[in-house]
Design a protein around this ligand. Structure first.
Ligand SMILES: Nc1ncnc2c1ncn2[C@@H]1O[C@H](COP(=O)(O)OP(=O)(O)OP(=O)(O)O)[C@@H](O)[C@H]1O
Length: 343
């Protein structure tokens, strides 16, 4: 049987991922228990529930097993400044109390719901918020491509860690299907999958959880409403009166299920000439105003037509940079959302 001192010796070469010194030297090993061929450890890490924690976990397990330990039990906790530690083992999931859920909905496809979800999430993160984004558009998931996400979530045992991009933690159905195969699921399966997105992912602390809903008022939208009675709704429409008319149905569903409608975002609201600054209302005018009247809410922002700049160094085809004109409009939208939620 191994002694505690021997375990410490074995752990010495392993680095604390954030402090760049050994976990032993950094006093990260808080508890050691050895019972026959079983070693149980409690480790304090600078950033609990991070991908680094997962790598450290693997390294510790592999190292101990390499030294002949048969089974390893590991618990992590958040490292505290004053040498005090607080267990986070029960807090790995997002704590619902603090998290504001915002479902982004539209009456029909193609109005820019996913583009708005992605840019709202990124802008909230730019405001310093902890943001999660669930691509709940499980039939037509597009968020990873839009944000230029190539990697897949890290998995450790039963834990799944969302992929982080521009400070936003992202989970999409795209991560779980092979080769972009279409998802053909029936209603009950969809609800189950959404449930998994909420409960089986290690979100950590989240201030704002954005949900990119499928277009329309189908099963998934309804499931989200049932599952998250507290979620707030943001409705995306184009300025065309017909689009707004269809969007009103999505809004009506939110209201019927007692959900708070935060407001309306009018996307593709106008085209602004770079030369003259003149605005052309390509898709008509008045749709969002009509919708807000109907839903007794307000227009949170109007986004003109325009594609994000293409950047080779940080490819994300649908994310507007912070200093671009549309990026700034999204920043104002994020500020307004924060003000409305936190006032
Ligand atoms: N303001 C805009 N200016 C120019 N193009 C835009 C704008 N907003 C969105 N688009 C483009 O319109 C297309 C549809 O956008 P997006 O996928 O976000 O819509 P959606 O409502 O989520 O669609 P679906 O419901 O089919 O997933 C995309 O190609 C997107 O790049």
């Amino acid at each position: 049987m191994m002694t505690e001192e021997q375990v410490i010796d074995i752990l010495k070469p392993i680095q604390e991922p954030f402090l760049h010194k050994s976990i032993v030297e950094a006093n990260s090993v808080k508890e050691i228990r050895v019972k026959e061929n079983y070693v149980s450890l409690k480790i304090a890490i600078t950033q609990a529930n991070s991908p680094e924690q997962m790598q450290l976990q693997q390294e510790i397990v592999n190292t101990l097993k390499g030294a002949g330990v048969e089974s390893v039990g590991l618990r992590f906790e958040q490292r505290q400044e004053e040498g005090q530690t607080q267990s986070t083992s029960d807090e790995t999931k997002s704590s619902d109390k603090k998290t504001t859920f915002i479902a982004v909905a539209s009456g029909k496809g193609g109005v820019g719901k996913s583009t708005v979800s992605v840019n709202l999430a990124t802008s909230l993160a730019r405001e310093g918020k902890k943001v999660g984004l669930i691509d709940a558009d499980i039939y037509g998931f597009s968020v990873p491509d839009m944000m230029g996400i190539a990697e897949r979530p890290k998995v450790a045992g039963e834990q799944i860690f969302p992929v982080e991009r521009f400070g936003v933690k992202v989970i999409s159905m795209a991560f779980f299907v092979e080769d972009n195969a279409p998802v053909i699921w029936r209603g009950p399966m969809l609800g189950k999958m959404l449930n998994n997105f909420f409960n089986d992912i290690e979100w950590g602390d989240i201030d704002y959880m954005i949900l990119d809903l499928p277009p329309g008022t189908g099963d998934v939208a309804l499931d989200v409403h049932k599952m998250l009675p507290q979620s707030k709704e943001l409705i995306v429409t184009t300025p065309h009166p017909t689009a707004a008319f269809v969007a009103a149905r999505a809004g009506a569903m939110a209201l019927k299920t007692d959900h708070d409608v935060l407001g309306v975002i009018e996307n593709m609201a106008y085209f602004e000439s770079k030369k003259t600054g003149e605005k052309e209302y390509v898709f008509g005018q008045g749709g969002a105003d009509k919708l807000t009247e109907e839903l007794q809410t307000e227009v949170i922002g109007r986004i003109p037509l325009g594609q994000p700049e293409m950047r080779d160094d940080d490819f994300a085809p649908s994310v507007y940079t912070a200093d671009s004109k549309i990026g700034k409009i999204y920043q104002d939208i994020a500020k307004k959302v924060i003000e409305k939620v936190e006032k």
